[in-house]
Write a protein that binds this ligand. Structure first.
Ligand SMILES: NC(=O)c1ccc[n+]([C@@H]2O[C@H](COP(=O)([O-])OP(=O)(O)OC[C@H]3O[C@@H](n4cnc5c(N)ncnc54)[C@H](O)[C@@H]3O)[C@@H](O)[C@H]2O)c1
Length: 298
C-alpha cells in the first residue's frame, strides 16, 4: 500500500446535504479539517428546537473553519436550487457537492402507498437530480467539479421490505453514471458510494442484527473514500464504491457472452440456462453501447 501526500481542499467550496448528523456531518468535518469552506445542509431540528445544520456549522467554525448552515428540504425542487445558489453567494463557487441526505420507509412491497414511495424517492432520487442539475452549470463554467452521491448496497443488490429505498438508490447509481457520461472530457468527476455505518438511519436495522459489531461501523471509516472522490486527484468517474469498516471496493454491473443462437427458441433458453447465467468472460460496460461488443451484428 502506497500513500500520497495529504489531500487538501484549501479554498474549495463544498455543499454537503444531510450534514447535521451521521455520515454527512462526518464528511463535512473531515473536509473542513483539510481546508474546505462548507455549506452544511439539513432539514432537521434537534430535541431543543435548534437546527442540526446550524449546530454542525458552529462546530466547524469553532474548529477555525468557514461554514454556513442551510435548512433546505432536498425534496423541494426550489429549495435545492436555492441551496446551490447559497454556496455560490456565500463563497463565490461550488467545487464539491456531496449528496448525502436520506430517509427510509420499510414495509413489504404490497403494503406501500404511493406517498410512501414518493416520500423516499423525492429525498434521494429527486434531491440528487435537482442538486446536480443546479450545480453542474457552475462546475461546467469553471471546468472543474467533484460530485459524490450516496447510493447503497441495497440499490445495487436489493433487500427485502425496502422498495422505496432500493428504487431510489438504484436510481442514484444510474444518475451518477449518466452525469459522468454527460460531463466526460472535462475535469468534473461524478461517483457514488455504498456506505455502511451505525447511524440513526441504520440503528433499527443493526439492532435487529446483534451479531454485527457496530463499533467497527463508524462514520469515520466512510469519510476517507468521500474525501478521495472529492479531491482534485480523483481518477474515477461514474463508479460506485462499497465502503465500510476499513474496506473499500468497486461495485459494478457486468454482462457476459451468454448463449448465442441464430434462431433462438424458448426451448434453447430452457436447455442452456447454465450458459446464459455463467459470468465467465464478463465485461464491465461503462455505457449501454459497450455490450454491443458481445453481439454478433455483422
Ligand atoms: N448508515 C448506513 O449504513 C447507510 C447505508 C447505505 C446508505 N446510507 C445513506 O447514507 C446517507 C446518510 O445517512 P446516515 O446513515 O448518516 O443517516 P442519518 O439519519 O444519521 O443522516 C441523514 C441526515 O439527512 C437529513 N435529511 C433527511 N431528509 C432530509 C431532507 N429532505 N432534506 C435535508 N436533509 C435531510 C436528516 O435530518 C439527517 O441528519 C443517506 O443517504 C443514507 O441513505 C447509509
Amino acid at each position: 500500500m502506497t500513500t500520497s501526500s495529504q489531500h487538501r481542499f484549501d479554498g474549495q467550496v463544498a455543499v454537503v446535504t444531510g450534514a447535521g448528523a451521521g455520515l454527512g456531518r462526518q464528511h463535512a468535518l473531515e473536509l473542513a479539517r483539510r481546508g474546505a469552506k462548507l455549506v452544511i445542509n439539513d432539514v432537521a431540528k434537534a430535541a431543543d428546537g435548534s437546527w442540526v445544520a446550524e449546530r454542525t456549522a458552529s462546530e466547524l467554525r469553532a474548529l477555525g473553519g468557514e461554514a454556513v448552515a442551510d435548512m433546505a428540504d432536498v425534496s423541494d425542487e426550489e429549495a435545492v436550487g436555492a441551496l446551490i445558489e447559497h454556496a455560490v453567494q456565500a463563497f463565490g463557487a461550488i467545487d464539491i457537492l456531496i449528496n448525502n441526505a436520506g430517509n427510509a420507509i420499510t414495509a413489504p412491497l404490497w403494503k406501500l402507498s404511493t406517498s410512501d414511495m414518493k416520500a423516499v424517492l423525492d429525498v434521494h432520487l429527486w434531491g440528487t437530480f435537482w442538486s446536480m442539475r443546479a450545480a453542474l452549470p457552475h462546475m461546467r463554467q469553471r471546468g472543474y467539479g467533484r460530485i459524490v452521491n450516496t447510493a447503497s448496497a441495497l440499490g445495487a443488490f436489493g433487500a427485502p421490505h425496502s422498495a422505496p429505498y432500493v428504487a431510489a438508490k438504484a436510481g442514484i447509481i444510474g444518475l451518477t453514471r449518466v452525469a459522468a457520461l454527460d460531463t466526460a472530457g472535462t475535469d468534473i468527476r461524478v461517483n457514488s458510494i455504498a456506505p455502511i455505518a451505525y447511524t440513526a438511519l441504520a440503528k433499527d436495522f443493526f439492532d435487529h442484527h446483534p451479531s454485527v459489531n457496530v463499533e467497527k461501523l463508524s462514520t469515520a471509516t466512510v469519510s476517507p473514500v468521500v474525501l478521495y472522490l472529492s479531491h482534485e486527484s480523483c481518477e474515477l468517474n461514474g463508479e460506485l464504491l462499497s465502503v465500510a469498516a476499513g474496506r473499500v471496493a468497486r461495485i459494478c454491473t457486468i454482462t457476459a457472452p451468454g448463449l448465442y443462437s441464430e434462431h433462438l427458441t424458448s426451448e434453447q433458453v430452457a436447455d442452456n440456462l447454465a450458459t446464459i447465467m455463467d459470468p465467465a468472460g464478463y465485461i464491465v460496460p461503462s455505457k449501454s453501447m459497450d455490450q454491443y461488443k458481445l453481439l454478433k451484428l455483422n
